[in-house]
Design a protein around this ligand. Structure first.
Ligand code: SF4
Ligand code: SF4
Length: 326
């Protein structure tokens, strides 16, 4: 599925690809009197594109031959139980409210982390390996994707979400220093050890769908929108309580940790500004941030949002207190 080519004329043997590849695919060899990189273990490649991105000589091509989408539910030992019509209507109504009141550009995304032993829904796999954040982009545009570990291309996100273990190079923190994300090994180790991570192989697949077309009960609903919309979502979530939020935002692992796992494990909404990975590998605009809403919070949040949409939101958006310019 993944093919790696190194242009040995361009390659200057700088060793960057060897250092950056999380799964140690490359090794330097001597060919025609100079050091060049070779993909010695191409079968280990996750298609994360880190090597391509870091090679200053543009010598590396990582290509994925698109395969036909698959439907993994054929492997179910127990048949999948579809949502009831009432549940489908409820999720579609939540999506409709969020989009209408906030005038969202992107559809809210239903996220389900499917553990082992739970039947899989009839949703296609992607035709190439994708990062979790890329799958969310596809879902916010209206498509649904089911991804077991073999369809995930980000070693970080895949291990964080409990589909695999973490590769040693990432566990040691080494790669994060090379990427220029942290100053020292100590900081990198702290960043890794303090992030939420689900136990290795506790999750069999990630499912992302537009909320309006959810096929399974979502664990978390993700909204991608500008800060002003996030402000209203924050207000909506405390419309009936007036309490204040404490968000966990570090800008490390924005989609997997901050948007998904914080709401998933705490039952609280969480905001995220995005991270190096999701912004470097996707079309997310500079003006977009993220919120993860646990399903348990969604009904009251949507109810609060509808109330805000009657007066506070239109008043504020109409800038009713803006004094006339003199
Ligand atoms: S990063 Fe590029 S130039 Fe450097 S060794 Fe790898 S392929 Fe060659
Ligand atoms: S795409 Fe990622 S996993 Fe594959 S060789 Fe490049 S750095 Fe390694």
């Amino acid at each position: 599925m993944v093919r790696i080519e190194v242009d040995e004329v361009r390659c200057n043997g700088c060793n960057f690809c060897v250092e950056f590849c999380p799964t140690s695919v490359f090794q330097l060899v001597t060919a025609q009197g100079k050091k060049v990189a070779r993909a010695a273990k191409p079968e280990e490649c996750w298609a994360c594109n880190a090597c391509m991105g870091q090679c200053a000589q543009h010598a590396i091509s990582v290509m994925q031959d698109p395969a036909p989408a698959r439907y993994l539910d054929a492997e179910n030992k127990v048949p999948f139980t579809p949502l009831s019509e009432g549940e489908k209507q409820a999720y579609a109504a939540y999506a409709q409210s969020l989009e209408r009141v906030l005038k969202l550009r992107w559809q809210p995304v239903a996220i389900t982390l499917i553990p082992y032993g739970v039947p899989l829904p009839h949703v296609p796999t992607p035709r190439v390996k994708l990062r979790y954040c890329q799958a969310l982009i596809i879902a916010r545009r209206g498509n649904s994707l089911l991804m077991t570990a073999e369809y995930h291309s980000c070693a970080d996100g895949t291990s964080i979400l409990g589909l695999t273990g973490i590769p040693p190079k990432l566990a040691s923190g080494d790669v994060y220093i090379k990427l220029g994300k942290v100053a020292s090994l100590e900081a990198a180790k702290r960043m890794v050890s303090e992030r939420l991570t689900l136990p290795e192989k506790s999750i069999r697949a990630t499912l992302v769908t537009p909320l309006a077309a959810a096929v399974m009960k979502p664990d978390v609903v993700a909204v991608m929108a500008p800060p002003e919309s996030m402000m209203w979502l924050c207000l909506a979530s405390t419309f009936y309580t007036g309490r204040r939020h404490t968000f966990r935002m570090s800008s490390y692992n924005a989609q997997c940790v901050e948007t998904t796992l914080f709401p998933y494990t705490t039952g609280e909404i969480n905001l995220s500004l995005g991270c190096y990975g999701c912004r470097a590998t996707s079309d997310i605009g500079d003006d977009i941030m993220f919120m993860g809403i646990p399903l348990s919070q969604l009904p009251s949040l949507v109810e609060g949002l509808e109330r805000l949409g009657k007066k506070a939101i239109p008043d504020s958006r109409a800038k009713i207190y803006l004094p006339p310019l003199v």
